[in-house]
Design a protein around this ligand. Structure first.
Ligand code: ADP
Length: 596
């Protein structure tokens, strides 16, 4: 499928044409930038040919309107769909979305959250709809990937009315972080769901993202793309007390302060130049301000890597991308030096000149270092093209209710755990069969004990597993006094330890989790619902009591499964759900967990 992708910024228009398929081809790359005096600079690349020069387009709107002519001149007809990068999707846009009369007003309403970025994106959408009224137009949001961040990562500790007004952390560069994290997992030959990856995107904008077992856990940008790292012209982290200080001392208005933080800060504020190549050259020539800027830039990035390793309980790979991450061996080196204590060490030669051609993702850590360090070009437009194609290829789902089962706290035991708790050679007594074929509740029970309290008579579910897993609700985890992470079943590395107590002894074991909500489905029901194994979907509960949407619910397809959604007691209480409840798939909510 031939897809045109727009990435419209406030001062540039980038676009690309892709032929998607098993191996997506980038057919054409174009940009219009530096708009001034009724003209702009252009650059087009097709195959190995590149054309550059000036074009008579004075602003973004004129540049977008010129794109159909450029495509025709390069023999690129038969465009089947248009994909748009949209910076801010707010809390609701978790997946690629058809841009139409329903979604566009909702996206426009998000403009106060991204006043510089969203209007340019929407201008591209407006011109594209006018130019190609019959083609599907699909938005892919920079924020979507981060909607899996837990509340502790997205909440600012501010008054409730502010939070109700929408003040929260979102995170950006999601398309890039998602692409490079998947690319890194591919390079390492391991499933992304088994890896803790820190993605470091260093371009004009810059952010770090903790990708924990395939999902974004936290990222350094917040409500807006201002928070976090030092950037080309943006400040990154700043004490919120600065606003009052600047207002009192310098008489600055909010608008003055905001404009300076977006456009006159970062490398530009520190050195006068926003371009890292200039700053590096000046530093090497002895310019003290440039030297300090480089130190500050690297120090901030290193702190975030350390913080995210702590947030994930470890790190398997760090990925560098973006103009600086891809091209500056000295910046990579400065950021990584000092992280040896956590197993991260660069190889001098491999770091010096990694070959990134053909979307390569070379590893540049020292031989034997525990943490892989990978460099790869980001490919946001390619990722957008793939997501648009996947979105359009989805079959129309059938509307049918999904039964919802509420899981109380329970444990799955290993054979070793049964012996430790019940005595050598003990066999659990199979009790009530569960609805998933082959599963049963044992007659025996165990006690869980944490530093704060105990939970008695906890159910044991069979059959035995290779590894003990203890599933509790968030409320239970507070009763125990242990911070249990939300995890998919079986994803137990780095989970906290809890004490299990049985009649014959006790066992301290890791494996304590709050189970991520999921839907078991057999292949027939999955096909009818239009979903696939590993996807995340939104499920609406409308029971007239406490209606809500459970977002990002994992689909698990297994032959013979009884199709039902599993949530825990906290979730059921939040939705006012008792036994016999059901939910409906929110149309078009499914997102792929893999890159394509
Ligand atoms: P954007 O975020 O606008 O897509 P890029 O990802 O292209 O920007 O990154 C631009 C930044 O990358 C600039 O600061 C530029 O100086 C820097 N950069 C590009 N090449 C190099 C290099 N060889 N060494 C250091 N910095 C570089």
């Amino acid at each position: 499928m031939r897809i045109l992708v727009f990435n419209a910024g406030s001062s540039s228009l980038k676009f690309g044409v892709f032929e998607t398929g098993a191996d997506t081809q980038h057919l054409f790359k174009g940009s219009f930038e530096r708009f001034r005096d009724g003209g702009c600079a252009f650059r087009f690349t097709q195959g190995t040919d590149t054309e550059e020069g000036t074009a008579p387009h004075g602003d973004l709107t004129a540049a977008i309107a010129a794109v159909p002519g450029v495509l025709t001149a390069h023999g690129l007809n038969d465009i089947a769909a248009v994909g748009h990068r949209i910076a801010h999707g707010g809390p609701d846009f978790a997946a690629p979305t058809r841009l139409d009369g329903d979604s566009l007003p909702r996206i426009e309403a998000l403009t106060p959250l991204a006043p510089l970025h969203n209007p340019a994106n929407l201008e591209a959408v407006r011109v594209a709809i006018e130019t190609w009224p019959d083609l599907p137009q699909v938005g892919v949001f920079d924020t979507s990937f981060h909607l899996t961040n837990p509340a502790r990562a997205t909440t600012y500790a501010v008054p409730e009315v502010w939070r109700q007004a929408g003040l929260r952390r979102y995170g950006f560069h999601g398309t890039s972080h998602k692409y490079v994290a998947h690319r890194a997992a591919e390079e390492l030959g391991q499933p992304i769901t088994a890896l803790r990856i820190i993605s470091v995107h260093l371009g004009n904008g810059a952010s770090v993202c903790a990708v924990n077992l395939g999902r974004s856990l936290d990222s350094s940008m917040g409500l807006t793309p201002l928070e976090g790292l030092v950037m080309g012209t943006r400040s990154g982290d700043l004490d919120p007390g600065a606003y009052g200080f600047l207002s009192r001392q310098l008489g600055l208005s909010m608008a003055d302060i905001e404009a300076a933080l977006y456009s006159d800060s970062g490398l530009k504020g520190l050195t006068g130049s926003s371009d890292m190549r200039d700053v590096e050259d000046r530093a090497a020539a002895g310019d003290a301000a440039a030297q300090q800027a480089i130190n500050l830039y690297a120090y901030r990035a290193r702190k975030y890597i350390g913080a995210y390793a702590a947030a994930m309980g470890g790190v398997d790979a760090v990925v560098f991308t973006g103009g600086i991450g891809e091209n500056s061996p000295s910046m990579r080196r400065r950021i990584c030096d000092g992280l040896e204590f956590m197993g991260l060490r660069l190889d001098h030669d491999r770091n010096a000149a990694p070959d990134l051609s053909d979307r390569a993702a070379p590893q540049i850590q020292s031989y034997g270092a525990r943490v892989a360090v990978i460099v790869t070009e980001t490919a946001e437009q390619l990722q957008i093209a793939r997501e648009v194609a996947a979105h359009l290829a989805r079959p129309k789902p059938e509307a049918r209710p999904i039964p919802v089962a509420v899981s109380g706290r329970h444990v799955h035991l290993s054979a070793k755990a049964v012996e430790a708790l019940f005595g050598k050679g003990y066999r659990l007594t199979e009790g009530k069969p569960l609805r998933q074929p082959g599963n049963w509740a044992a007659e025996e029970r165990v006690t869980l004990e944490g530093p704060k309290g105990r939970l008695e008579r906890v159910a044991i579910l069979g059959p035995l597993r290779k590894r003990t897993q203890i599933e509790v609700s968030r409320t239970d985890s507070f009763a125990l006094g242990i911070d249990a992470p939300v995890r998919d079943s079986g994803s137990l590395d780095g989970t906290p330890t809890v004490r299990l107590i049985g009649p014959a002894g006790h066992l301290d074991t890791d494996g304590l989790i709050v189970a991520a909500r999921h839907i078991h489905a057999n292949p027939e029901d999955a096909a009818a619902l239009g979903v696939e194994d590993g996807e995340l979907v939104d499920v609406r509960i409308s029971n007239g009591v406490r209606d809500l949407v459970f977002d990002r619910t994992l689909i698990r397809v297994q032959p013979g499964a009884f199709t039902e959604m599993h949530i825990d007691t906290d979730e059921a209480n939040a939705a006012g759900l008792g036994a016999g409840g059901a939910g409906d798939l929110v149309p078009q909510s499914a997102t792929l967990r893999t890159a394509d």
